[in-house]
Design a protein around this ligand. Sequence first.
Ligand code: NAD
Length: 447
Amino acid sequence: MKVAVPKETYPGEQRVALIPANLPQLVRAGMEVMVESGAGVGAGFDDAQYEENGATITTDRTAIFAADVVVQVRTLGANQKAGRDDLPRMKAGGVVLGTCDPLGEPAAANDVAETGASLFSLEMIPRITRAQSMDVLSSMATIAGYRAVLLAAVELPKMYPMLMTAAGTLTAARVFVIGAGVAGLQAIATAKRLGAVVRAYDVRPACREQVESLGGRFVELKLETEQSEDKGGYAKAMDDAFYARQRELMAEVVAESDVVITTAAIPGKTSPLLITAEAVAGMTAGSVIVDMATERGGNCALSKADERIVEHGVVILGPTNLPAEIPNHASQMFSNNVTKFLLNLVKDGAVEMNLEDEIIRDTLVTHSGQVVHGRVRELLGLAPLAAPEAEKPASEAEKPAPEPEEPAAEAEGPAPETNETAELDPDPDTPVTTGESSTDVAKEGSE
Ligand code: NAD
């Protein structure tokens, strides 16, 4: 069974989906690895290192896409222009896996479906314990949070740490991190390591402890946040009045900060606007904002994707591909995640589409010529699939009529509201990344 690694073609993308160190594991599991010449160079891995670890190198991109499984950092959807060149190379019955933004770019998923290839979206990996080692979103958010703090440090006309020198005392920079998820927590940790005084805010009250454990101070805002978290641990979208009040209360903290890093996101939705133009005007000239949410609308009214804006003397950055700026470690993490995913997908040297496995089920976007992911179909205006037997988890497809001794609750009762619900949910269309509970999605699908 051949697994192939193409060179990434998204502008500025330096990462590679598999690094040489992971190849022996894949080879031991019965996979042959083929790498497009130069695929790892941007991340610091040359062809010779891949060869030493068991790969064959080719310059023929068409041969790469003829493999049984193609692994990419960004496949079509997450690489809208250049990724299109690979469409004619994708083959019916083949597997393509990578980030592909199926909720943001569902039409691209449809294009892949037409090739007959099976597309796995790494963004859709469910956030369950068993899948933690495959979670590319967390890996890349870790890198991005770190990088954002460094970008701000370079722009800031001050140093981060407090220094008492013969030439006087320099006060520490004040960093405010908005959104304390994976990226935000890494930003807090990084800014602390550099000596800044760090404050942070998140709508999820559970974040307080995590912020404090990193040495940050949790900012108290008089907002009603009890209902701000869904069952999956993600933030829920709040109403306009909530965000208006949040902006108002936060403006003071923003004004007092030298650096503001915003990471606030609602899965599958536009990011909330948290820093207005007026709030920017209230900051001291020379301050820096790094808006990590620009790809989904941005948390700052003045930020623009991949631009450096200066307003009222405040520098506003809107980077959209921070992990690509630390390509070696980003590739190492991505590759470890992909390797774990492959080892779960490939059994006895062949791809096993085991749809009883929610990791496989939730990430599968296209199969047998059609989009099979319920949420993506919905976005495309396609009717829900009539769940062909092959698409159903075997347990559901083959389950005989309930035995009389089977407890009724197990056969048809509502799913219990526990963390295990997501793991046991038999709905093949349940993307945990939507931020909706699996039960909600199941209900929607049946309407
Ligand atoms: P994310 O990227 O979706 O959002 C970033 C942060 O923004 C979140 O913490 C969110 O609460 C926050 N936010 C949203 N609206 C806000 C607002 N108006 N003001 C301030 N903050 C706001 O989130 P993420 O980093 O992907 O992680 C979200 C949760 O998932 C966290 O609890 C994290 O620990 C958890 N998680 C679990 C697993 C796992 O179990 N395998 C893996 C990764 C993350």
